[in-house]
Design a protein around this ligand. Sequence first.
Ligand code: 13P
Ligand code: SF4
Length: 341
Amino acid sequence: MSETLEFTADVEKETAPLYERVKSVIPEFEWRMHAPYIAAINRLKKEKGAVILAHNYQTPEIFHCVSDFAGDSLQLAREAAKTDAQIIVQAGVHFMAETSKILSPDKTVLIPDMQAGCSLASSITGADVRLLRERFPGVPIVTYVNTSAEVKAESDICCTSSNAVDVVESLGVDRVFMIPDQYLAKNVAKQTKVEILTWAGSCEVHERFTADDIRAFRKSHPGVVVLAHPECPPEVVEEADFAGSTSAMIGYVEDKRPKRVVMVTECSMSDNVAASLPDVDFVRPCNLCPHMKRITLPKILHSLQTMTHEVHVDPVIAVRARQAVENMLKVGSPKARALAA
Ligand code: 13P
Ligand code: SF4
């Protein structure tokens, strides 16, 4: 890992405009630790012509101060497909880096920590999907992007939480498999006439929320607007005022500017939005994703310095996985459709 860097007067001056963006969510003593890494990363990134793609769940010092692009899973996939940079550093989890590699096979894709996994991605294997095909011949398989390249390769089409209903309906059939998130599948099933079969996977962050939690937020914070991610169990989504992907939730707060809001999702996201919307009061239940939190500034710097850890995808698997991801991208940008509660 890289050496400890000093908070010098030059670093302070260089990073002052960035601190302005995040000072409402990062205390000064913490900034003194982050700033030297931010300065070093931004310098090295420029030197190497690299881009940093960050998921909305990254911490504010990554999201606001070193990322070139931040977004939800679908936006990150689109960005990876179109960037001109030769080096992509994925500030997110492994399946996101694999998706970038699948879409940009000639580029170097780095992930600062190889252990940054996902409970959904580890809930299913390519062999499981082959078994589903054998048992349910002819039923198309829609696979959440939160899966390995091998699982994507066995699928007809991918989806994310922002386009899942559109993807399911694009197939023009009565019955589909939607794997591996049982809760996303159940939430989508309420929005369409298509019969949805699913798998028993779940997100370890969102499955912890309960309908009682939402009722408790409303009781303790009267008037609070509740936004939930569709990886939450359906009874949680039913209690919410709005449900949508991470970027759809951010869009809701930016457009509607509720006085007080709770985002029922990974908690770094509230910090990221709160940093730019000081007039909104965020109630913050803190469920952290341990995988997303493996990505830190020192690891991003180390990744750029040493060009590690490079993500590789078997070319045969990559071609088939790419087809499933491209099929999804062809469905187009999501309509202004929320997985309404
Ligand atoms: P989205 O950003 O696509 O909503 O996904 C949320 C998530 O849990 C990613 O791991
Ligand atoms: Fe996976 Fe959930 Fe973490 Fe997203 S928040 S990476 S779905 S475990």
